[in-house]
Design a protein. Sequence first.
Length: 115
Amino acid sequence: QVQLVESGGGLVQAGGSLTLSCSASGSILLRSNAMGWFRQAPGKQRELVATVPSGNSTIYADSVKGRFTISRDNAKNTVHLQMNSLKPEDTAVYYCYADLGSRFWGQGTQVTVSS
């Protein structure tokens, strides 16, 4: 079992920045285990934001490319999401995930961007 705990959400004005962090415990995550972030806005499906599928590779949703940066510290079992130039449409609950055979999810952290 893996427990994922997110932190760093909050309220920010458009154009501002936030950094989300996710700490994993209960199991050792290997470089080959994908970790990343999804988000879900009210009335919408959960969508991929950014992920480190393995090693040092990264994948971003088109909507956040150039604004968000994902980073991972394998030694500390953590993954971070630096979000810059935030827009009101980035408002959502952000969920951390990790794949260890099964997909594990954090509880989510709210990000609200005011216009």
